[in-house]
Design a binder for this molecule. Structure first.
Ligand code: PDD
Length: 278
């Protein structure tokens, strides 16, 4: 595949990143994942907004003007003839000799690549998934989309090893979010519930889109934290992310949700999301 690296397009096999890149040494880097459906980047404006916010929080400059990043994203989709999949981009603080304290004159490293994969027609979308509950192992600024993902990597590994497809994290008795998604439940009264944005979670772009869909279709959207007991009482559960859209969750830890199959509100939101995106 063709990737973008070091200021130009090249075959992936030729792309190189220096060993002193601070993304590698310190996780000193920001990333974004945008979904591609029918060859189009979905909610990409929200992802570029968040890229700018994450970089500003770390005082890393934008590597290129926003419209040039956008042009590169579109060019990669076109050159790779990508119909359905994801586009990953990463901006690190740059390269310098290893020192926790970075010099003032760093130039950020930027690269991007596409991944071809089924997004809409998957067993997870059709049948829903099970998620394990685990203590949240992450740092205090989860609103910044950094490449420090080892907590998520280990949690997802453990979930798979114990028969779950994914993980929701718990802190102080309340669900924070999925390891790479936003966690939702639907109450028996039909309210769509997810916790408010804060430093404790990543402000999901798909979450934003679902919030807008609820407003448009007169559905109740409640921002509040919820506990495993709330999940046990819920009618439905689902999770959202760019790469997994709205995914039904039919089991959380030992709790089977509703009748153990994807619920009607989740189905509606899946449909509304695709209608709005395409
Ligand atoms: N992850 N929370 C976390 C911790 C995430 O990593 C993600 C996305 C989300 C959902 O955000 P969005 O709806 O903007 O994709 C929430 C991406 C997909 C990833 O790491 O691959």
């Amino acid at each position: 595949r063709t990737v973008y690296c070091a200021g130009t397009y090249m075959p992936q096999s030729e792309a190189r990143l220096g060993i002193l890149d601070r993304g590698t040494l310190f996780g000193d880097a920001i990333y974004e994942v945008t979904v591609v459906l029918d060859g189009r980047l979905i909610d990409n404006g929200l992802h570029l907004d968040r890229l700018e916010r994450s970089l500003a929080a770390l005082a890393i400059p934008m590597p290129l003007p926003r419209h040039e990043i956008e042009a590169i994203q579109h060019e990669l989709v076109a050159r790779n003839e990508l119909e359905e999949g994801t586009l990953y981009l990463q901006v690190s603080r740059g390269e310098a000799d290893r020192d926790f304290v970075y010099p003032a004159d760093m130039r950020p490293n930027f690269f991007a690549f596409t991944q071809r994969r089924a997004i809409r027609d998957t067993p997870a979308q059709r049948q829903g998934i099970s998620v394990a509950l685990m203590p949240d192992p992450r740092w205090a600024r989860r609103d910044i989309k950094t490449t420090m993902l080892l907590g998520q990597v280990l949690a997802k590994r453990e979930a798979r090893a114990t028969g779950f497809a994914d993980v929701w994290f718990v802190e102080d008795g309340v669900i924070t979010e999925g390891a790479s998604s936003t966690a939702f439940l639907v109450t028996r009264a039909g309210a769509v519930v997810t916790r408010p944005n804060s430093h404790a979670i990543l402000p999901g772009c798909t979450r934003r889109a679902v919030q807008a869909l609820c407003a448009r279709h007169d559905l109740v959207f409640e921002e509040r934290g919820f506990t495993p007991d709330d999940i046990a009482m819920a009618a439905e559960a689902f999770q959202t992310s760019a790469s997994s859209l709205v995914t039904p969750v039919v089991r959380v830890g030992a709790i089977s949700i509703g009748d153990g199959t994807p619920g009607p509100m989740t189905r509606r939101l899946q449909r509304y999301y695709l209608e709005a995106a395409l």
